[in-house]
Ligand binder design. Structure first.
Ligand SMILES: CC(C)(COP(=O)([O-])OP(=O)([O-])OC[C@H]1O[C@@H](n2cnc3c(N)ncnc32)[C@H](O)[C@@H]1OP(=O)([O-])[O-])[C@@H](O)C(=O)NCCC(=O)NCCSC(=O)C[C@@](C)(O)CC(=O)[O-]
Length: 319
């Protein structure tokens, strides 16, 4: 339960009565997929295990896509075979664009959820998965049917909810159209991707209002906001105000999409947790442990933590 003070703070910040936020950690997949330095499997496994140790209860660990298209994820089978001991209370998800990906994902024995990923932009669909939106839904339909028959949950993504790197601004109607198709094929949750991180809160509001007007349940939506223009946290705040309580984020703000030039990382998990902690919203995640979780990965890649709140925390630790 929220205390009166916390509720007051949340109201002041414009948030509705949200007391818990579900964080879907996508760093090991979305965060790493675009890194040019090949990250050893053992480091990816350590990242996943440390994030779970930090309190993460939903984690996207890898993707079963073509190794020619995304070489960084080519060790998907090895990564997953090292993660079999992740507690069953943690929901493990992976990307599967087609039946081949699904069949490989099923081999691991530790996948709870497979994610299919569509786009509200034709051009992005072509560049990302080499087919039209319509063709992608046909593929996803086969994936969803087989996955659900095998007891797996199916999550959907809609990329380019505000803008496309090739087509520019995207009409919310196109987002609604793809959301509906994904829902109809059995996705229990649809994650809304501001793929190139350019959306501002008013645009997020338009998209969410358009979805809700067409019958979307906010409890079955997640925000997936990249932070290219520094607006990801404000988009979270706006989304909380509109009733969303699930957000994808990436430890250390790692990430970028191989088919969206210039798109920087996801919203950093640290910044999401910091915001929620300050608003008195539970995430179940230990801030300091998340900062530490990505240290080895960052060292291999040769970069520092991109999260502002993590940087401030690290500076304080050195004092
Ligand atoms: C979708 C495909 C596979 C179509 O690729 P394609 O070339 O059209 O597929 P294909 O069926 O013609 O197969 C070509 C080759 O790929 C192989 N292949 C085919 N499927 C698989 C598979 N599942 N796993 C492993 N190998 C596979 C297949 O076996 C064959 O191998 P070959 O005979 O040439 O040796 C390809 O376009 C692809 O892998 N694209 C990568 C997409 C990707 O990972 N993008 C980044 C993730 S999406 C994202 O980041 C956005 C998101 C989700 O985060 C939300 C947001 O921010 O908006």
């Amino acid at each position: 339960m929220l205390t009166r003070n916390v509720l007051g703070a949340a109201r002041k910040a414009g948030c509705r009565f949200i007391s818990t936020v579900e964080v879907i950690e996508v760093g090991p997949r979305d965060g790493l997929q675009n890194e040019k330095v090949s990250v050893p499997t053992s480091v990816k496994v350590q990242l996943c295990n440390s994030l779970v140790d930090a309190g993460v209860t939903r984690i996207e660990t890898t993707s079963y896509v073509s190794p020619k298209w995304v070489p960084q994820m080519s060790d998907n089978i090895d990564v997953m075979s090292s993660l079999v001991s992740i507690p069953s209370s943690v929901e493990v998800s992976v990307l599967t664009p087609n039946l081949k990906g699904l069949e490989n994902a099923k081999l691991s024995g530790r996948v709870d959820t497979v994610s299919v990923f569509g786009a509200a932009s034709e051009s992005f669909s072509q560049k990302n998965i080499n087919c039209s939106i319509e063709e992608s839904i046909q593929r996803f339909s086969a994936v969803a049917e087989t996955a659900r028959a095998g007891g797996l949950k199916v999550r959907g993504y809609v990329s380019c909810i505000a803008a496309c790197p090739y087509e520019g601004p995207i009409d919310p109607k196109n987002v609604v159209k793809v959301w509906r198709l994904l829902k109809d094929l059995g996705c229990y949750e649809v994650s809304l991707g501001d793929t190139i991180g350019v959306a501002t809160p008013n645009q997020i509001e338009k998209v969410l209002n358009a979805l809700v007007a067409e019958g979307a349940d906010v409890n079955e939506l997640a925000g997936h906001y990249h932070d290219t223009c520094g607006t990801a946290l404000t988009n979270v705040l706006k989304s909380l105000d509109l009733g969303l309580s699930k957000f994808d984020s990436s430890a250390a703000g790692l990430g970028g999409c191989p088919y969206a030039a210039g798109a920087s990382g996801n919203l950093a998990t640290e910044d999401l947790v910091y915001l929620c902690d300050g608003l008195g919203i539970e995430t179940g995640i230990d801030f300091g442990k998340v900062v530490k979780a990505s240290e080895a990965t960052l060292e291999v890649i040769g970069i520092t933590n991109r999260s502002k709140s993590a940087q401030a925390w690290q500076a304080k630790q050195k004092m």
